[in-house]
Design a protein around this ligand. Structure first.
Ligand code: GLU
Length: 547
C-alpha cells in the first residue's frame, strides 16, 4: 500500500510543520544540570480541587528547588467539558496559595514553548500522526460506536481485556480497496496507533514516586486522533511533554494504567521518555475506614472551600507539605521562622499510597501559622476575606482599622510571651470579634445564678467601674463588688465556707463577662471593656440584668 498517499488523503493539511521544524522550534531548554521542568496540565472543566493543588505543589517545588520551570498547559481537547473562565480560575486559585507559574497559558513571561492550549497545537499533532501513518505505525479506523460496544460486550462475556487490539482490531488490516471505499463513501474515521507491543513482555519501570514497578507492554491500538482531527490525551501528552521539554511528569495514579500506552507512544515517536511520578490519592478517615476524598461528599475537596472559609493559604500549603514529604514536619519544627520554600523537597520521599488528609490537623497548622502574624498582618489577611466573603456589616467594621487592630492585639496576645491561638481561619476569626460591635452583638445570656444574684453583682460592679483603672485596680474592684453582692472575694474564703456565699470570685467575674461578651469565655475582660469603652460597657451591663 502506498502509505504516503494514504497519509495525504487522511491528513490533507497543507500547512503542517515538518518534524524537524518542531524540533527546531522547541529546542531542549538551556537549564542547569538537574533542573526539573514540570507542569500542571488541567482540563478546563472549572473544578480545581485539593488533589490538583497537592500535585501542583509537588510540581512547583520540584521545579523551583532545582532551578527549573513550572508551567501551565491547558488540556482542552475535549470541547464538551470546557467551562468559561476555568483557566483564570486555575490561575487565581493557585495564586491564592502562592504558587506561581513561570510560563504557560495566560501567564506573562517567557512563553517560547507555547501555545499552551492543546487545541492551538493541532498542526503539530497532525504532522506527527501523518508521519506515523506514512511509517505504517498508525491507520484509519472506521468502526462505529455500536461496533465498538458490541466488541466490548463480547470481550466482557469472554472475560477478556476490553479494547481495540489483536483480532479485535478490525480496521488494522483493512485492504487498500476497503480503506479508500470507506473514505470515498464519506465514513468518519479516527486514527489509531498500530501497536507493536506484546502483553507477554513485562518491563521494570522506575516511577519517581512509587519506585520500582512492573509495566506490561501495550498492545492496544489506541486512538491518537479523534474523528474531529483533535488528539486524544495520550497522543497530546507524548507530543507536548516532549516539545515543552518536560523532565518530570507528576500526575495522579489513575494514569498509571495508561503508562504502557505512553511508553509505546514516546518510542514510536522517537522521543526520550520523561520521568514520571504518580501521586497517590488523598484519603480521609470516615467512620473508622479510609476512603478517597469525594467531590460529592467532601466540601473540603474543592479549593473554593478554603478561600470561602478563609483558610490562611500558607497554612494549607504547609499542611500539604507535611503530607507530601513526611520529614517536613520535623524540619518545620526545627526551623519555625524559615520559609517553607527552603525545605529540601524531594519527589522520591513522597508517599507511595493513600495520603491522609485531616482537617483537624490542618486547623492546628493554621492556628500556629496565624499566631505568628502581627495584628497589622492579621488585619490585612482578615480584611481580604471580609472584602470578598464578609457581610456588609463586616465591611463597615473593618473600616475602623485602629479599633480592629486593638481587638486583634488582645485576641492574639500580641506582646505576650505565649501567643493566643484562637484564630483558625478568617471566617471564624471575624465571627470571634463580633461581640465588639453592637450591631453584631446578639447575646444569649446563660447565667448560672438566680436573677437576684446576677443583678446584684452587675449593679455592684457598675457602681465601682472606672475605665481609668489598670488591671489590678479593676480586679480589686471586681472583688469588692463580688463581696457586696454576696460572693466570696477570695477563693480561700469560699473554700473554707462555701455555704456562706452565693459563689466564689470567679463565678462573680463570669457574670460580668457574660454581660459584656455574651460568653463565659473571653480574653482579658478588663482590656475588652477598655476597648469597648465606658459607655458601651455600662450599657451592656444594664442590658444584661435579668428582668
Ligand atoms: N489533563 C489531565 C488531567 O487533568 C492531565 C494529566 C497529566 O498531568 O498528565 O487529569
Amino acid at each position: 500500500m502506498d502509505l504516503k498517499k494514504l497519509a495525504a488523503r487522511l491528513i490533507p493539511d497543507e500547512d503542517l510543520p515538518s518534524l524537524e521544524d518542531c524540533e527546531r522550534a522547541y529546542p531542549p531548554r538551556k537549564l542547569k544540570e538537574g533542573a526539573e521542568v514540570t507542569r500542571l496540565a488541567p482540563s478546563p472543566t472549572g473544578f480545581i480541587h485539593l488533589g490538583n493543588l497537592y500535585s501542583a505543589l509537588a510540581d512547583e517545588r520540584a521545579a523551583h528547588t532545582t532551578g527549573g520551570i513550572f508551567y501551565l498547559r491547558i488540556e482542552d481537547t475535549d470541547e464538551k467539558r470546557r467551562v468559561e473562565g476555568a483557566v483564570e480560575s486555575v490561575i487565581r486559585s493557585l495564586d491564592y496559595f502562592g504558587l506561581k507559574f513561570d510560563e504557560g497559558a495566560e501567564i506573562v513571561g517567557e512563553n517560547a514553548y507555547g501555545p499552551y492550549y492543546q487545541r492551538r497545537r493541532a498542526p503539530i499533532y497532525r504532522a506527527f500522526a501523518k508521519d506515523l501513518i506514512e511509517r505504517g505505525l498508525a491507520y484509519p479506523c472506521f468502526c462505529t460506536e455500536e461496533e465498538l460496544d458490541e466488541t466490548r460486550k463480547i470481550q466482557t462475556e469472554r472475560k477478556e481485556v476490553t479494547g481495540y487490539y489483536g483480532a479485535y482490531a478490525k480496521c488494522r488490516n483493512l485492504s487498500e480497496e476497503q480503506i479508500y471505499a470507506a473514505l470515498d463513501s464519506g465514513k468518519p474515521f479516527v486514527i489509531r496507533l498500530k501497536s507493536q507491543g506484546d502483553v507477554n513482555i513485562k518491563h521494570t519501570f522506575r516511577d519517581a514516586i512509587k519506585g520500582g514497578i512492573t509495566v506490561t507492554e501495550n498492545n492496544q491500538d489506541v486512538v491518537i486522533l479523534k474523528s474531529d482531527g483533535i488528539p486524544t490525551y495520550h497522543f497530546a501528552h507524548a507530543i507536548d511533554d516532549h516539545f515543552m521539554r518536560t523532565t518530570l511528569v507528576i500526575r495522579g495514579e489513575e494514569w498509571l494504567s495508561s503508562l504502557p500506552i505512553h511508553i509505546e507512544l514516546f518510542k514510536v515517536l522517537g522521543f526520550d521518555l520523561p520521568r514520571y511520578g504518580h501521586t497517590c490519592s488523598l484519603m480521609k478517615v470516615d467512620g473508622g475506614t479510609k476512603r478517597k476524598l469525594s467531590k460529592r461528599k467532601d466540601p473540603e475537596l474543592s479549593l473554593d472551600f478554603y478561600r470561602g472559609a478563609g483558610y490562611y493559604p500558607q497554612a494549607v500549603i504547609k499542611y500539604l507539605m507535611t503530607i507530601l514529604n513526611s520529614n517536613f514536619e520535623e524540619w518545620a519544627a526545627k526551623h519555625p521562622e524559615e520559609d517553607y520554600k527552603n525545605f529540601p523537597f524531594s519527589v522520591s520521599k513522597m508517599g507511595k499510597s493513600g495520603a491522609l488528609f485531616d482537617l483537624d490537623k490542618l486547623n492546628d497548622v493554621s492556628r500556629d501559622e496565624l499566631s505568628k502574624l502581627t495584628p497589622e498582618e492579621m488585619y490585612g489577611f482578615l480584611n481580604g476575606w471580609v472584602k470578598e466573603f464578609g457581610t456588609a456589616a463586616d465591611r463597615a467594621h473593618f473600616e475602623d482599622r485602629e479599633y480592629i487592630q486593638k481587638i486583634l492585639a488582645l485576641i492574639m496576645g500580641a506582646g505576650q510571651k505565649k501567643r493566643r491561638k484562637d484564630i483558625v481561619r478568617a471566617e471564624q476569626g471575624v465571627r470571634l470579634m463580633d461581640y465588639f460591635f453592637d450591631d453584631a452583638f446578639a447575646p444569649e445570656y446563660s447565667f448560672r445564678f438566680e436573677a437576684d444574684a446576677v443583678n446584684a453583682m452587675l449593679t455592684a460592679f457598675a457602681e465601682t467601674y472606672d475605665e481609668n483603672d489598670d488591671n489590678s485596680a479593676w480586679f480589686a474592684k471586681l472583688k469588692q463588688a463580688a463581696a457586696k453582692a454576696g460572693f466570696a472575694a477570695e477563693n480561700a474564703e469560699y473554700k473554707a465556707n462555701p455555704s456562706a456565699y452565693k459563689g466564689n470570685v470567679s463565678d462573680a467575674a463570669e457574670i460580668v463577662r457574660i454581660a459584656i461578651t455574651g460568653s463565659p469565655n473571653s480574653p482579658d475582660l478588663c482590656t475588652v471593656m477598655g476597648i469597648l469603652g465606658r459607655e458601651r460597657s455600662l450599657a451592656r451591663i444594664a442590658a444584661a440584668k435579668v428582668k
